[in-house]
Design a protein around this ligand. Structure first.
Ligand SMILES: [Mn+2]
Length: 236
């Protein structure tokens, strides 16, 4: 059974921070949130110079977090003041759905469609409804889990991409599901470039799930594109 929204008393906001000046706006927005009666914890994981991969940094945050609800967000995300209320309403809207929710977030993809509600640097909000929506994966800009979820980011993937897609696939394999919810935030990422490192992580994700997938389909949509778990590139 998924935990209900009313059971959460505290939230930890965990961010892998490589660029402290960029994170300043994120941190300030968390400090300005209406906590809706909950205790909020700000938990940056210092990763200047990138000594850790994103999964390693975020798992370290997970192990240190005191909140019973965890929000993993990019350092270039800015939350509106009313976001905690939106988050709790979004989670409440998942109660009773099957499969139970394991990971929630403001932006995801199912098939060829995006589902979510977020804005870019210009502040113009894009709504892709209806919400909530069961999705295949969620964008790493913001991922929400219960601290008690018996899953972790896969440190063998390394790098800084697709760790959220992997967590969503793990959830599906465990009989749970990722859902996009109506809890909009702003993502100040100017471009959606895919550095060479993205492709290396993508290949590791494909190798991981092509052999182990059971409930996961032959491919999943991510906000960076579709990833196939059938024949791998370069394989005969
Ligand atoms: Mn970002």
């Amino acid at each position: 059974m998924a935990p209900s929204a009313s059971s959460f008393r505290s939230i930890s906001f965990i961010t892998c921070v490589a660029d402290a000046p960029e994170y300043a706006a994120c941190r300030a927005s968390i400090a300005a949130l209406d906590p809706c009666g909950l205790a909020l914890e700000v938990l940056p994981v210092d990763n200047a110079g990138n000594p850790r991969s994103a999964p390693e940094a975020l798992n370290l945050g997970w192990s240190r977090a005191a909140g019973d609800l965890l929000v993993f967000c990019h350092e270039d995300v800015v939350f509106p003041r009313e976001w905690v209320g939106k988050l709790l309403e979004g989670i409440a809207a998942l109660e009773g759905l099957e499969p139970p929710w394991a990971v929630a977030g403001p932006m995801g993809r199912a098939g060829k469609r995006y589902f979510g509600h977020a804005s870019g640097p210009d502040g113009a909000a894009a709504y892709h409804g209806p919400l909530p929506a069961r999705v295949e994966t969620l964008d790493e800009l913001c991922l929400v889990v219960a601290r008690a979820l018996p899953l972790r980011f896969d440190e063998r993937l390394g790098g800084f991409h697709l760790y959220g897609a992997d967590l969503c696939i793990q959830a599906v394999e465990a009989g749970l599901a990722p859902y996009a919810i109506d809890a909009p935030c702003r993502h100040d990422s100017a471009t959606r470039h895919r550095p060479p490192e993205y492709h290396a992580v993508k290949r590791r994700l494909q190798r991981k799930w092509m052999f182990r997938r059971r409930k996961v389909g032959r491919s999943v949509g991510t906000t960076c594109g579709r990833i196939r778990f059938g024949i791998l590139e370069g394989w005969i």
